[in-house]
Ligand binder design. Structure first.
Ligand code: FE2
Length: 435
């Protein structure tokens, strides 16, 4: 067999449960062979080591012995329209979500297509260089011009050769928070947004919040889109829109096409209610997206001590068999002036904030920024290091997931659609002391 690119000797993450030492052959943008280096490895992935596979020649061969070969990172939740605006027009001094919304309200008066496109593409490149090849971004559709949406739809096309970008129509100011907002949301779907968003806890009343969720489901069915709602992103233990989202998904049998983002209030619910809700969620099978970097910094701001972590019940949702993925949410914007887009930082924060320090739990946090994200985004059928899949994969300077997370390992190589998209040299400090 002749192929374009052969990666030899890597520790290949072939499924969330299995790593094999194997050579991976890539041709015409696809993975065409995975050749285990031992019989044990072959059995692990149900492959036979036949003579054809053992005689692979390649245009380019790379020795990746001992390195981790991973499917790419999946960014389940980010706001590309506000990325890289931190400090403009002013810094968020209180660090609260609501000051962030006020600053963004001012900043978005000055959006232009070029402004949003330039920042979004710069952010996507930054993410891709750190191994992110699937991104779901929200686009604020509360402005009559729909500038942010139009810019991100153009970006979606511009980057499609190396990045899969999904755009959610996100009514930042509420569907019923202004007279035009409901129509703007629908117009965003007509213009090509991939999914419908919402923010029920920020509607003017609880009744408006419930009504907004019903409207989101109607629109999703009418326009055949999936749903991703900013849901209960507040410490208020009475913010209970998640149960409404879950019930709508259950009744319309749409659970696999519905994601609840943030759900931070779930961390504040009393255990009796949370346990009942968990059972309902297991029936509706919706996806969850936690954003630990942002949740730990924005929530808990009205507490003195004890101070809540303000993160949803990630561990309990995972233990209940529900799909949880993680997002960065913000990169240098009015809500979070930090961040580089590295998903290992996000998983690392989840390990700490959600107290997932057991070995299986650490691996699970890695899965939450890879396979689980692919499930949330509905791209699992085109994801993973398997023969016949698009050749999207990473070479990490790490032995395994634990090692990658502990050291926030360098993502040495990013391969997208079979082409090398980015390379980074590992940082190798040299000891110059006496001993
Ligand atoms: Fe968000």
């Amino acid at each position: 067999m002749n192929c374009d690119l052969l990666l030899q000797g890597g520790h290949v993450l072939v499924t969330p449960d299995r790593t094999v030492v194997a050579d991976v052959a890539i041709s015409q943008g696809q993975i065409v062979a995975i050749v285990p280096q031992s019989l044990n490895s072959a059995e692990a992935i149900d492959l036979e080591t036949d003579s054809t596979q053992n005689s692979i020649t390649a245009q380019q061969t790379l020795d990746v012995t001992g390195k981790l070969l991973s499917p790419p990172f999946v960014e389940s939740h980010i706001h590309l329209d506000s990325a890289l605006t931190a400090g403009n027009p002013r810094w968020n001094q209180t660090g609260t979500l609501f000051e962030g919304i006020e600053i963004w309200r001012d900043r978005k008066q000055n959006l232009s297509l070029e402004d949003v496109k330039q920042r979004a593409i710069a952010t996507l490149k930054q993410q891709a260089m750190q191994g992110v090849l699937f991104v779901r971004s929200h686009a604020d559709v509360s402005e009559p011009s729909l500038t942010a949406l139009q810019a991100l739809l153009e970006v979606r096309e511009a980057v499609q050769d190396w990045m899969t970008l999904q755009v959610v129509a996100f009514p930042q100011d509420g569907i019923y928070g202004g007279p035009q907002n409901e129509a703007l949301l629908e117009e965003a779907l007509r213009q090509g947004a991939d999914g419908v968003g919402g923010i029920p806890h920020y509607e003017l009343t609880r009744e408006d919040g419930v009504r907004s969720i019903h409207r989101i489901f109607e629109l999703a069915e009418q326009y055949d889109r999936w749903i991703d709602i900013h849901c209960d992103e507040i410490d208020d233990d009475q913010s209970r829109f998640l149960e409404v989202v879950s019930a709508c998904a259950l009744r319309r049998e749409m659970g696999d096409r519905v994601a609840a983002s943030h759900t931070t209030a779930f961390g504040s619910y009393n255990n009796a209610y949370a346990l009942k809700l968990l059972g309902f969620l297991q029936r509706s099978r919706i996806h969850f997206i936690a954003n630990p970097l942002i949740n730990i910094t924005l929530q808990g701001r009205t507490d003195s001590y004890p101070k809540r972590r303000g993160v949803t019940r990630v561990k309990e949702l995972w233990q209940a068999g529900l799909n949880v993925s993680l997002g960065h949410d913000c990169i240098q914007d009015p809500w979070y002036s930090l961040g580089t887009g590295n998903m290992l930082d996000v998983a690392m924060m989840a390990i700490h904030v959600c107290q997932m320090t057991g070995t299986a739990e650490i691996d699970t946090c890695y899965n939450m920024v890879t396979w689980n994200g692919a499930k949330t985004l509905g791209v699992a059928d085109q994801y993973g290091i398997e023969i016949g899949q698009p050749a999207n994969l990473l070479v990490l300077d790490a032995r395994d997931r634990y090692d990658a997370l502990r050291r926030r390992a360098t993502i040495q190589m990013v391969i997208s659609r079979g082409k090398i998209l980015a390379e980074t040299s590992p940082c190798n400090p040299v000891w110059l002391g006496r001993e």
